[in-house]
Design a protein around this ligand. Structure first.
Ligand SMILES: [Zn+2]
Length: 136
């Protein structure tokens, strides 16, 4: 890495994995596969923060966030892949099922409510029609 005597690597999501910077000397480190491995948890947490800042995902509290980042770290180690896409894929592998299920249910509930509202409006409409108005 060779940026300063007391490096403090921090990852900022960037094109071509060139996101490493040193907070001690403010130098850009860029792509660094050694840091990707040695500081994978920092890379994962940084990507999670950016997903949250972009309103792409929400991590409800710090212990949930920690739980997710540790699981993603294990998944990356198992795959021997430490790139942004793998990290994002593994984050969403964890958080997507519950999210999708919740919003799928919401959609179905919304459709059911809409159907009920339409039926009620139709009933109201037909109840206003008197017997004389009806064609037999
Ligand atoms: Zn430095």
């Amino acid at each position: 890495m060779n940026c300063c005597k007391d490096p403090d690597p921090q990852y900022y999501p960037g094109m071509n994995e060139k996101g490493w910077k040193c907070l001690s000397c403010n130098k850009s480190i860029g792509f660094n596969p050694d840091l990707d491995r040695s500081h994978i948890l920092e890379k994962i947490e940084s990507i999670m923060q950016f997903l949250q800042m972009a309103d792409m995902a929400y991590f409800s509290n710090s212990s949930e966030g920690e739980y997710i980042s540790i699981q993603v770290k294990e998944a990356c180690k198992k795959r021997k892949e430490y790139d942004q896409y793998t990290i994002i894929l593994e984050i969403f592998n964890i958080i997507q099922p519950r999210h999708a299920k919740f919003y799928k249910t919401r959609t179905l509930e919304d459709e059911e409510l809409e159907n009920r509202r339409n039926r009620r409006n139709l009933n109201k409409l037909f109840s206003n029609i008197t017997a004389e108005d009806k064609l037999y």
